[in-house]
Design a protein around this ligand. Sequence first.
Ligand code: ZN
Length: 195
Amino acid sequence: MQTVKIYDLNVEYDIVHRNVKYWRLELKNEKLRIIAPEGYGDYERIIEKHKNWIYKKFKAIDASKYEAKQRKLNYGISEEEFKEMIHEFVKKFSLELDVTVNKVYFRKMKSRWGSCSSRNNISINRYLRYLPESLIEYVVFHEVAHLVELNHSKRFWNIIQEKFNDYKDIEKELSIYWFAIKDTIIRVQFSESKT
Ligand SMILES: [Zn+2]
């Protein structure tokens, strides 16, 4: 792990060599990663060139973390009630969007709220249970909509926007809640598993 100073921030980053043609930057779990082809070397130049983008991303994370402290998690719904709610939404939205969901999996995921596969399976993050119902509803709709349009294309966001006009705010809210989950539930579980 190396550190670079961008304005008032100390940014940690690492470099991963992969069999790629061009380098790219990735921000995952609050860490900056440069993915570069074998032998590529001028990382400082890459960072310098993109410092404003990097800075903006890290500042946005800081802002979300701050906001997260003001969000309350919902502990009032059981695992079974949560699963039932998900299945209801899946049923409703697959009718609405005229798609068939094959299977719904529940997983503890550390970087996303949900995912879907080309085999029409949907995975739902079990941590979603602690979020307000309106956000749960959105995540399910988002994943079911991926059965219509697999990628985050313009067409995909059009489908989303038709139902959730304020989807950009919702997406932001989801990232804020992510930090709330991380700060409470995941941290607690991590320390519990260590003891
Ligand atoms: Zn998506």
